[in-house]
Design a protein around this ligand. Sequence first.
Ligand SMILES: Cc1ncc(COP(=O)(O)O)c(C=O)c1O
Length: 391
Amino acid sequence: MIPAMNVTRQYASIQDQLDKAALDVLHEGQYILGKTVEEFEKAFASYCGVQYAVGVGNGSDALVMALKACGIKAGDEVITTAMSFSATAEAITSVGAIPVFADCTKNTYCIDPRDIREKITQKSKAIIPVHLYGQCADMDEINRIADEYNLKVVEDCAQAAGATYKGRKAGSLGDVGCVSFFPTKNLGCAGDGGIIITNDESVYRQCRALRAHGSGLDGLYTYGIQNGIEISEDSVDFNGNLPKYFNFVTGYNSRLDALQAALLQVKLPYLDRWNERRREIAKQYDEKITNPVINKPLVAKDNTHIYYVYAITTDQRDELRAYLKRNDISSGVYFPVPFHLQVVYQNLGYKKGDMPNAEFVATHSLVLPMFPELTQQEIDQIIEVVNSWNP
Ligand SMILES: Cc1ncc(COP(=O)(O)O)c(C=O)c1O
């Protein structure tokens, strides 16, 4: 069976370096935060062309903390796409805010800025564009809307580490970017991991506090922000105790482990070449899949798509999926139910037909195998089988 995604081939390709990095951390004994995490944070911030990075437990927590650091609170409305992974909408409800869904475009699958405009109300406070499948949303238009209505822009880059828009990296385009290092992501660790990136020092300091129980000097700073008061760092006498045992705001326990940071530090220099390989595979799919019932993904102007997945659409999607399986090819559906039709959001009052494009993607799209270590023989086989499908 050709897998849709695979992590062990990548491990095998750089096993010596990864093993050494992991063992070094085990020997050093600094497992939570510390030098290894700081070094990776600096390297990743520099790779993305931003000033600050905060390593956190996963991409889902990154979104929650980023929203909090942007001042999003109970009763605020946050506009996001109807087509994404659960974590995007869940982050909004986790901070007590109300998710407002906008449709995606039919060809890029990313949020449609025209529908964002339709959804703005007095309560709108932020937009979460999701750079879905590895391609950035229409960020110029989204930033224009955000400026017009004074909204924060939190980029969900979970699927887009290394993607670019007008030459700038995903995550550096809005107020704050949130990345996931889930193992199958373009830059994946060996467990859960994530990072928040920003050029905003205040967001940076607040996220550092939030990932560690709202404690320490960053927690004190965050207390000042949350209460609208200016606070000097000398205003608390820690009496010789560790500042981390002084809690100023409610935070989380969500930090990037040193082990994960060490593995990610080894992998980061390979990211561009792995992404390039994904693009080469996508090019072959683009050029050699000639079956007329298959629609191939569109790359919008100014984007470097890094193909976290290669998503096609077709009328009889489930039949194609079964056909591929019978021919030893795995595929996937990302995602079968758009947010506005999920049970968890039924209280928001949406109904079938409200987001025609998201509903189309949910029922018509299928992702073909995509990871840098696919062999040419496997690629040829996938193309041949897809072309031979005659519904
Ligand atoms: C679009 C999107 N947002 C957020 C997340 C959450 O990331 P994590 O699994 O690291 O919590 C994911 C993970 O798959 C995702 O695809």
